[in-house]
Design a protein around this ligand. Structure first.
Ligand SMILES: [Ca+2]
Ligand SMILES: [Ca+2]
Ligand SMILES: [Ca+2]
Length: 161
């Protein structure tokens, strides 16, 4: 007969920034919902990171994927709030790629990471670029969305889970 003894890994407080710890047999999980703006195994990593290099949408997305994330999806008011706080750290009105695009089917906008809800607002008369504009960016000061041609070089924001 073997006896298994579970150690409560949560006793070591592995979840940072206010994340809640769930003890499991020989393991633990951090729920980062209460760690606003943080992600990762231990809620130790920024959920959103803005990269200030000018890249076309597809290249920007690949950079996010290579880093273990994707272009940001903004599916809730909470996520828009976290991004708004990030934007407020700069006085520039930045044009920033997000994951929203209608590259597959005209006017069917989807998030590159599979998120299904769209929280932020399109700017007046957007999206309006038809087949010539299939990628969306967010303008940091107004926090509205615009569609533009995907080959444009813009800043981008990655999201990490
Ligand atoms: Ca998201
Ligand atoms: Ca389009
Ligand atoms: Ca447009």
């Amino acid at each position: 007969m073997k006896i298994f003894v579970d150690i409560d890994e949560c006793m070591g407080l592995p979840c940072l920034n206010g994340g809640s710890c769930i003890n499991e047999f020989g393991n633990y999980t951090c729920n980062c919902t209460s760690a606003i703006g943080f992600a990762g195994r231990n809620c130790d990593r920024d959920q959103f990171v803005i990269y200030k290099e000018f890249l076309p949408w597809a290249n920007a997305r690949q950079k996010c994927v290579d880093r273990g994330g994707d272009l940001a999806s903004i599916g809730t008011a909470a996520e828009l709030g976290i991004l708004s706080d990030l934007f407020a750290t700069s006085t520039d009105n930045m044009w920033i790629w997000i994951g929203l695009n209608d590259r597959a089917t005209e006017n069917e906008f989807v998030w590159s990471d599979g998120t299904t809800s769209v929280f932020p607002q399109w700017h007046d008369d957007e999206p309006g670029g038809g087949r010539g504009e299939n990628c969306a960016f967010i303008m940091s000061q107004v926090k509205d969305l615009y569609d533009v041609t995907c080959s444009k070089g813009l800043y981008y924001v990655c999201e990490f889970k």
